[in-house]
Design a protein. Sequence first.
Lengths: 363, 588
Amino acid sequence: MSAMTSTTALRLGLLCTAIALALPSQHASAQAMDQSKLQMSMPMDMPMAPAKHKPATKAKAKKPASATSSNHPTLRHRVPKPTLEPVTGRTTMDMPMDHSTMPMDMPMDHAAMDHSSMPSMSMVPKEPITPIPVLTDADRAAAIAPAGGHAAHDNSIQNYTVIDRLETWNAGHGAGMRWEGQSWIGTDLNRAWLRSEGERIGGHTERADLEILYGHSVSTWWDVVAGVRHDFKPGHPQDFAAIGVMGLAPYKFEAKATAYIGKSGQTAARLEGEYETLLTNRLILQPLVEVNLYGKDDQRRGIGSGLSTVEAGLRLRYEVNRQFAPYIGVVHERAFGKTANLRRTGHEDIDDTRLVAGVRIWF
Amino acid sequence: MSSDSFGRNASGPFSPSRRRFVQGLAIGGAVAGLGLWPRQGWALQSIGNRNVLSGTEFDLVIGETSMNFTGRTRNAITVNGSLPAPLLRWREGTTVNLRVTNALPPGSMHGHETSIHWHGILLPANMDGVPGLSFNGIHPGETYHYRFTVKQGGTYWYHSHSAFQEQMGLYGPLVIDPIEPEPFAFDRDYVVMLSDWTDLDPTALFSRLKKMSGYDNYGKRTVGDFIRDAKRDGLDATIADRKMWGRMRMSPTDLSDVNANTYTYLMNGTTALGNWTGLFRSGEKVRLRFINGSAMTYFDVRIPGLKMTVVAADGQYVHPVTVDEFRIAIAEVFDVIVEPSGQDAFTIFAQDMGRTGYVSGTLAVREGLRAPIPSVDPRPILTMADMGMGGMDHGGHGEHDMASMPGMDMSGGGMVKHPASETHNPLVDMQTMAPVAKLDDPGIGLRGNGRKALNYAMLKSVFDDPDGRDPGREIELHLTGNMEKFAWGFNGIKFSQAEPVRMNYGERLRVVLVNDTMMTHPIHLHGMWSDLEDEQGSFHLRKHTIDIPPGSRRTYRVRADALGTWAYHCHMLYHMEAGMMRQVEVKE
């Protein structure tokens, strides 16, 4: 990029110098306008010329023809050919030969160019106008930085806990209670996660699980998590190894997908997606879907292999403040396949629709 | 009280009365009228603010002081009991001695260590006041003796560089009288220091940003906005727009991370209710030295009914330019001259860039007057063009045709090359495609509002490049972030993981900054000037803090004439603390 720019700059510079020096001074202002136009219209990705020095006469001979014909109608007639030769000679003489030190700014500065300033093109100093102070031992002593460096908070341990759903409903034979929450502690890229969800009906825990996971950010929006899941209920407690992903999908869908392998050989998967629709900046409608799948039948826990249960909820919360939001919602849960068969056999409903009320809290 | 002489002026009497004043103000909630300003006997051109310390010898004591700006009392961190800290007035060419004592009580919420950094001042590295880089910080009971020769004139400021102390009150104005007469005339002289106050513990605020970076954004687009936009722009265009933002997983209303939902804005340490007042007589020229001492707030400043002529930026003279309004980035300084007449009072109105609040004060012929206070402007919406995502139409004329935007190519294969460290980096959530300098862009929310707003193209140093050399090399850094995680850095790398930026003593180099985030960042290099270049790469404007808006690529020259280790960072306090910082080492 810089090589290209400097080459372009060089050619422009030669061109401008030639033109500027050639023009009678009374045309200076008109020329300045035109040249600024020329510069503006130069495409950024102008074809790169070979990075070797070209005789200035060549640049003069080629460039004005094309550039002036398209951008400088006024200039076309004003460049008096005969005067170009001596000017060119002078330009060649004044131009630094080393491309790497070509003055980037000078050729570009032609919007304000006038004749008197032109010679300064060749006068970009190699040495600073304001001299660099000669260092003393006192300067060196003052420049010694202390050991240890500056304390930063950029890798600090933070934590976050959200109880996304804490809700109750009338379950017919007692009140139902449901929770789902998660918590992390760690840095931006590495976090320990706790996740839990469960359900109680009539004071009896129907199901409850707790996951302890390590999560690592693998991309801007996604964390890979791995760890263990402990099911307290249904049935006897059982443990799984867990691996999954969680993050923010395009269009701001929050998504979680986790696969589980149990000691008993049971396998399972849980998929969860949710979205937030802002009715206002405080009144938020949250659709949510959770899908559970199992690899094996587990009749004692009422689980059949394959797609087991799907829960779809629509919750409307009001953020009293960011951290406290009561909500109401409607939730539909349905069992599928063998799980549904097991429920039918046990004279249970295979689906259930309920009105819920709860709170969402984070801290 | 205020003093134009160069004798020391103890501030003792101010501390207790100031405390009562501030508390009384908020509890009363009334316009106090500020009858405390000295009204007579001040020489023309003396600084109109109270609490001025001038001379060469200064004793500054950093401690806790109870403040009440909101109805709740909090312990601010103050210098000599005042917020802002006392105005220090130096003279160019003198050697100043500043003995800064840490009198923070044990267990202070502000931490045990403190520091003062002299923002924009050229000085030896061990006087720069950054703990761990310049010196070891000032520990409880210790006094650090800053001593250096003042090599410049103009308006500057000073603040703590320890943890979050800058948020909690440790900032103050610095006025240096130049040796040479100034190239403009004025009859009165006031510092107008803007800042943002919160009752929250800033450590908790930082944690809150890490948990939920969008906490303060109550302007997110809703279903109602969708319907309104669909009616105005058509359903297809509106869906295309929402899809584009949705794919990026961002909100076009994310203009600031912390806004007036959290902050109370202050002018010279006073709320809008307190109405800081600067007096004038009709026809006088009044110099206002605007300093943005905020932690996180960009202000858009105007004085309805008055034109403002900007005569200096970041302490350095510019060709005078007259405007109706200017945006002042955090840590920037603009000296303006106004000539109030025809009214008894004018409102100095400073609204935050996100349009969530404001602070105001008054220029008046006597105490107790007020002029009408304008309402806060409508909240602007970021466009893809604002972020350099296609559409070079940054001159900005309001609406952009979203449907004509090119598809989002997040691979960065466009016109700008991105550092390899940004690729597959979780700490990078976007990359700009076609950034431009935008020097002639006043910024989002200031385009086409009927007022003439300042931009960097209008500001030109009155002097030529004092160094003159062409840059011998370039250092290109990209500003990056992950807004969701509230993680910030350069090139996708946070301060604590980054190698220092190395400069060779005496070299002239070009710094190229590309903004790969959707927010604007004020970038400050300690110890050396940042000489902003124009779009042709020529010296344009000497500054100490350069604003880099989203979708922009700006370049500036640095003359590495200050040996030692220096801080280089985004001056949004929480961005710096979240990693948008580098250590610059100038070595022989």
